[in-house]
Design a protein around this ligand. Sequence first.
Ligand code: ACM
Ligand code: ZN
Length: 729
Amino acid sequence: MLKLKFLFLIGLFYGQSIAQTCPILPTPAVFQTTNGQFISSGALLIDPSGITPDLTLAIKDYSLWANEILVTPFVQNPMVKFKKLNNVKQDSYSINIADKITISYSSDASCFYAWVSLLQLVQMEDGQLVFPKCFVKDYPQFQWRGLHLDVSRHFFTIEEVKRFIDLMAYYKFNTLHWHLTDDQGWRFEIKKYPLLTEVGAWRDSTLENHYTTQPRTYNKTRYGGFYTQEQIKEIVSYAGARYIEVVPEIEMPGHARAALAAYPQYSCTGQAQGVEGLWGIFDDIFCAKEESILFLQDVLTEVLPLFPSVYVHIGGDEAPKTRWKECPKCQSVIKENGLHDEHELQSYFIGRMDAFLTQKGKKLIGWDEILEGGLSPNATVMSWRGYEGGKAAAAQGHYVVMCPGSHCYFDHYQGRGSDEPLAIGGYTPLDRVYAFNPIPAEMSVADAAYVLGAQGNLWTEYIPNMAQLEYMTYPRAIALSTTLWSETKLPYDKFLSTLMRFHFPFLSKQNVNFSKAALKPELKTTREKNGGINIQKMPAKGTLASPEVFASIPAAKKKTQNIQLEVEQGSNLAPKKINIIQHKALGAQIEFQIPPSPKYDNGSLTLVDGQLGARPWKGNEWLGFDSNSVSFDIIFEKPIRVKEIRIHTLHDPNSWIWAAQTYLIQLNKYGCGNGIADGYSTDELIEISIKDKKVKQIHIVITGLSEIPQGQPGAGNTPWLFLDEIEIR
Ligand code: ACM
Ligand code: ZN
């Protein structure tokens, strides 16, 4: 009896430990192992009678690509049998590996997903295929599991797009949102308007370095490319064979400079301008006059037949209304249709496209700006400026795809190391993507039913080639697919160890240039008890190493000094040399009257840690405020002599961040008459001299612009105020 109990316990433990190392990602709903292995010494023999000829072909092709496994149809004595089930959960499947392999599935897509899981279970040992005997039961949580690919800012060949699709399929993504047109290049052959590609697909220059780097310099090599309709069909069919639907995006009314370079008559001014070589947002957009609407409907007429997808993306984001305000034609459309303003004109414009697409049996999807001026009746909203657009759309009974910048923008940095390739900005590390939930906590169950799923967005301004595209995509895309597919996620450390053990080797074998930023240690600064800072080397999240002390620096007693610390290569410690400004407020206490936004609250020490925020900002080294005023106190351990205060702010209008406008400084106690300095500044660095005073507390109020000016990105919204170091000298 005792022995049986012992064996049972071992069995449990053994089962558990294998279960803990389930190699499949996204994590399946059920994974149970039994003892033993299923071994095949050569090709995998399948019974094709249980699946369609298309599936047989898909399985054969994909197995060769993924694992170099030969799959051979063999009805007499197959190793793998398929069984189609009715009345089961959508896209669910199960795999039973015993003396044979049985796959039960509910749809062709789910059979393919089962096969992908099988490919993730196999180990090659001495030329043999070895599968653990196990049972897998699985189904997706969300129906829109997407990646977005911008081929306008940088062009990717059809072979590269196919590779992107192959990798997507390995992680059970089912939607490729293909961003085919933008200011910097039109990539889609339209036979009725040949200039769209003859002119619009090519630019004469491309910005070098970051958008914010001054002075701007350009690479003058002619750059471009496009896909013929035949090539588009080839991609759509290739994706379809991997159960991925391609959703085309034709941007309107904004991000239209490439199209307008070819056909300036569809702009408001009619003036010819080249295809853009700079990134950003441009005033010249499609005019809202009838001719422009008909032109775009003509374009869509050629686009639609090439895509089985019911969804068609029409963009709708970042369309400044500058030209529309001045354009007599746009103004007469406003008048004739009883519209109130240019936002309603955009809504009218999108509504025309909605009616057109609906009549063709398609569904319009657009970025969340399509909510402004009123949402069109059949529109689905892609929520990118946070969750708000998605929440508003769902509350109005519209479908939603979530892709908030905070979690789904894979053009953001994923590591803090100075060896990270130049990116647009922001900081979206692997663990943040893994923690993403497309359904915000405050959303009602009824509204949540409108959330179709989510996608990762790969904008390619700073992604010039395939190697970098893969670097930005992987492994973050695997974290996203897990979030979208798996009802129950593993804890992050288990996810990371599964990645390292099973998926990094796979990606390496495929020569995927994936990022290892998530494995690197980071520096963490804390306050010392009596002022000053302590810097520790922290192991990467989800790994087991212990923290180590790296440096301890007291606050300056007299003169400010610059200290340079050397950091070893190949770590995620940013940058390789860190500069510490050892000033008098180093490690001082901060009390906020107006706190930072939770989105960019990296702790009050950020303001007095001696380290200046990086440019382009990576999200972490700055405190971001969404109020246009900031108010706080710096409190010292003992009174100190103060001669100068230096306030570092950030000016990055493209990210809706504007430098401070006014400041007010009060020493020791506040109230009327204690303001020792106030003034106006639009510089990033505010320098304030003080007549040598003894100070225990400094009260600082900084005010920014109340509204982003017209013609600027985010016009009309409250800009962000970003602060970093407050140096006290
Ligand atoms: C976007 O990132 N402009 C949708
Ligand atoms: Zn106009």
